[in-house]
Design a protein around this ligand. Structure first.
Ligand code: G6Q
Length: 547
């Protein structure tokens, strides 16, 4: 169903006009229970969405839109393994990876749950052996450092989770190398002892040039140092769906942990791709991460739409993008260990919903995925928040704050919480000219100077945000938080009628890079566009000069 053809869409458009001149301050003033009213809680996460430019009517129309677009049917289709990734004819079953207890999920008539659990048993055993010092390197040393080599979905998820759960890390140190710029690998390996270093080569396809180039260089570093090709068997494992390519690379199939084409790269941290997490925090805690995500899955699948966190978050996004024209979205986590969450969500959202054609191939006439960006909020306050408060565009913010974490103490924690609450309050209320004037007068500022400074010191406010409070930042609550955003992205994709699970947009550049690399090696290639040819000539001149 094209969402713009629904009655709900037309009503939302009209309704948005009627709210144009309403300030959030006013909405709070006329409803003393607004905060309680526009608030929902599930799986240890409180979502306060009262600071959005909405009222009861807005929500009613948004839920009608979800119904008119058959959201419930879409949800069921995903959980039940239908091939909803239509351009690749694949099911989308990251939810099956974290299914708890007795479960059966069929893909093409085959129950995938036993396969998932068999691989998990192997990753658990392997992670334990590494953590307990039973998996020994080629020269008999225990593993002290683990280097994950992967990129995109084979990097961002495990990296983000390992960082977020660092206070729980009690295994070997885990490092991540993704950029093909060899300085990333070089700097990571600096100070590591090859005899006690294990490499995980993580690549769904095992054809990704960045990952294979890094993996080859890592193998060279190891073999040089340990003096034997045989060392590879004890220092390299692979996570992939491509057994043939893994063995071709020289990694024994026994040292490979598999997954399946129905796991999208950016949804894969719940599969064997999570091995670095298991090694860092232990298989039991990894299981808690899965259980947290499963709890959110259950909530998403069963809670009424009006209480459903992912649905509410998604509909508010649609309201902001399609009806208010706010097409950018900041992710501002306040806990330091969540510092990679914005990058992770950037891939999750922008690769999933950065689409301009509907599933049927027709070009959309409405906005789709937002521009997602951000950095930890507290640092952001000293950097990009100026634009959020007084810039000429309105950019909604998701404030994310876990209220406790092992090792967190006051006064640091208090300052963190106060800062987070202060920012969303300031964005919402702003500061009027009368308030600024009164404050400056009270400080004895001269009248003329007050008038000069006034326009610069006024904050319009009325800038929307969500606040997500987690009771703690544990494997379980993190699992729920990630699943919440996965489902938010899914709901938006379903309503926009796009395929959130392919990523053809990354292909063209990859193909061009192959030819350009040949040209850089000196081969003749067909001419590129004028700009690219000019840049190639510049590169060539610099190369000659530095020789
Ligand atoms: C994720 C994308 C992409 C992918 C990387 C790495 O959904 O498909 O980010 O994860 O390109 O791919 P490989 O795991 O195949 O190396």
């Amino acid at each position: 169903m094209n969402p713009t053809l629904t009655n709900a869409w037309s009503r939302l458009a009209e309704h948005a006009n009627s709210l144009t001149h309403t300030h959030l301050r006013h909405l709070f003033a006329i409803d003393s229970k607004r905060a309680q009213h526009f608030c929902a809680e599930a799986c240890g996460i409180l979502l306060d969405y009262s600071k959005n430019r909405i009222n009861d009517d807005s929500l009613r129309h948004l839920f009608d839109l979800a119904d008119a677009c058959d959201l419930r049917t879409h949800i069921l289709a995903m959980f039940e393994g239908e091939a909803i990734n239509t351009t690749e004819n694949r099911a989308v079953l990251h939810t099956a990876l974290r299914a708890q207890g007795e479960a059966h999920v069929q893909v093409g008539g085959h129950d995938v749950i036993p396969d998932i659990r068999a691989v998990r048993a192997r990753t658990h055993t392997f992670a334990k052996a590494v953590r307990e010092g039973r998996w020994l390197g080629h020269t008999g040393q225990v593993i002290r450092d683990v280097v994950n080599i992967g990129i995109g979905g084979s990097d961002l998820g495990p990296l983000m989770v390992c960082e977020a759960l660092r206070p729980y890390a009690d295994g070997p140190r885990v490092h991540f190398v993704s950029n093909v710029d060899n300085l990333h690998l070089l700097q990571t390996l600096k100070g590591l002892d090859p005899a006690s270093t294990l490499f995980i080569v993580a690549s769904k396809t095992f054809t990704t040039v960045e990952t294979l180039t890094n993996a080859r260089s890592a193998r060279h570093w190891l073999v040089e140092a340990l003096g034997s090709e045989a060392a590879v068997a004890k220092h390299f494992v692979a996570i992939s769906t491509n057994r043939e390519k893994v063995t071709e690379f020289g990694i024994d199939a026994d040292n490979m942990f598999g997954f399946w084409d129905w796991v999208g790269g950016r949804y894969s941290l719940w599969s064997a791709i999570g091995l670095p997490i298991e090694i860092a925090i232990g298989p039991e805690r990894f299981d808690e991460l899965l259980a947290g995500a499963a709890a959110m899955d259950l909530h998403f699948r069963t809670a009424p739409l009006k209480e459903n966190l992912p649905v509410i978050l998604a509909l508010l996004g649609i309201w902001n993008i399609n009806f208010l024209g706010f097409t950018s979205q900041v992710i501002a986590p306040y806990n330091q260990t969540l510092y990679r969450l914005p990058a992770y969500l950037q891939q999750l959202d922008m690769e999933s919903n950065g689409k301009h054609v509907r599933v049927e191939g027709e070009t959309v006439s409405y906005g789709t995925g937002p521009v997602i960006w951000g950095e930890p909020g507290i640092n952001g306050q000293h950097a990009y928040f100026q634009l959020l408060h007084q810039g000429s565009r309105i950019i909604p913010v998701d404030f994310i704050l876990a209220l406790s974490q092992p090792g967190q103490t006051d006064p640091h924690r208090r300052t963190l919480i106060a800062s987070c609450l202060a920012q969303s309050s300031a964005l919402m209320s702003g500061r009027t000219a009368a308030e600024v004037r009164a404050e400056m007068q009270a400080r004895g500022v001269a009248a003329a100077q007050i008038e000069t400074l006034l326009p610069h010191r006024v904050f319009d406010g009325n800038r929307p945000s969500n606040t997500l409070l987690l009771k703690d930042l544990s494997p379980r609550s993190l699992g729920a938080l990630i699943a919440l955003y996965e489902h938010k992205v899914f709901v938006q994709g379903s309503i926009w009628g796009i395929n959130s699970f392919d990523q053809w947009g990354v292909e063209l550049g990859k193909q061009l890079a192959v030819g350009l690399e040949k040209r850089l090696e000196g081969a003749e290639t067909p001419a590129y566009d004028g700009s690219t040819e000019m840049l190639l000539a510049y590169v060539a001149r610099q190369k000659t000069k530095t020789r």
